[in-house]
Design a protein around this ligand. Sequence first.
Ligand SMILES: NC(=O)c1ccc[n+]([C@@H]2O[C@H](COP(=O)([O-])OP(=O)(O)OC[C@H]3O[C@@H](n4cnc5c(N)ncnc54)[C@H](OP(=O)(O)O)[C@@H]3O)[C@@H](O)[C@H]2O)c1
Length: 268
Amino acid sequence: MDNTFLEKYGTWAIITGASSGIGAEFARQIAAKGLNVVLIARRKQLLEALAHQLEEKYSVHTKTIEADLIKDDFHHTILDATNDLDIGLLVNNAGMNCEGHFYRGSLERNVQMLQLNTRAPFILAYEFGKRFISKGKGGIIFTSSISAFSAHPFLSHYAATKAYILSLAESMNYEFKDKNVDVLALCPGMTKSEMTKGMKDGPMLMDAPPVVETALNNLGKTAYVVPGFINKAQVFINSRILNRNGAKNLTGAMLKKILPAANKKKKK
Ligand SMILES: NC(=O)c1ccc[n+]([C@@H]2O[C@H](COP(=O)([O-])OP(=O)(O)OC[C@H]3O[C@@H](n4cnc5c(N)ncnc54)[C@H](OP(=O)(O)O)[C@@H]3O)[C@@H](O)[C@H]2O)c1
């Protein structure tokens, strides 16, 4: 068991979007380090099944909270349910995407994405960050994306939400470091999860375990981390070799080719 991690971020961790994909993997790896976990998402049955597995396998305590993070007052449910727990780690991971031409997704879906991908993680980071600072220890991980580093035509609004998260996490990392609170943005590229279901397997599609391992290994060491060689190369080209205009044009041409939704018209 990783006692250093437990000492720094124990005794409870909160993970949003824990019912599938990257969030469920965060729950597994954090429980393996001996922390108790609070699992949050809308699909209660999936959360309960995972909670049961984690209790059996790692002898940790778990709590599941069914919450829709798009709702205006979602945080009251979470804060009330965790008031008596010693939370030391927040993983702000839940998210959704909208891909294709700018007008393809409905306005309602786009606004929901804005609330889920930006408002919800901001509110949780604000509330738990305050507690961590007063305790003098803690950690916050945000799941951003490699799309945060440059403009992403055909993922325009999604990439903008992830750029918000990266900027927020980097600035918080600086402000919080002398308070003994570690903040990290995890910036994955394409990763196997429900979000990428149906996508062709290949070297660009990473498994969730190494993505999460990269995040947990880098919390407290850096402000953001990009898992995987291909993703690192893509970020390097887009942010160091090309100018912003060049990165936008290259990314747009590439996504038009590989995203099926980029070539479909708005649903009637
Ligand atoms: N997969 C990728 O290629 C990739 C790449 C870069 C970044 N990311 C980011 O990684 C994070 C995790 O996504 P994933 O790839 O693991 O996809 P996923 O398998 O679809 O997981 C999304 C999680 O978010 C939860 N969620 C969705 N809407 C919610 C809502 N309204 N309220 C509460 N929870 C909600 C889902 O649970 P319920 O449906 O049960 O609520 C689920 O647990 C996201 O922030 C995503 O943007 C993914």
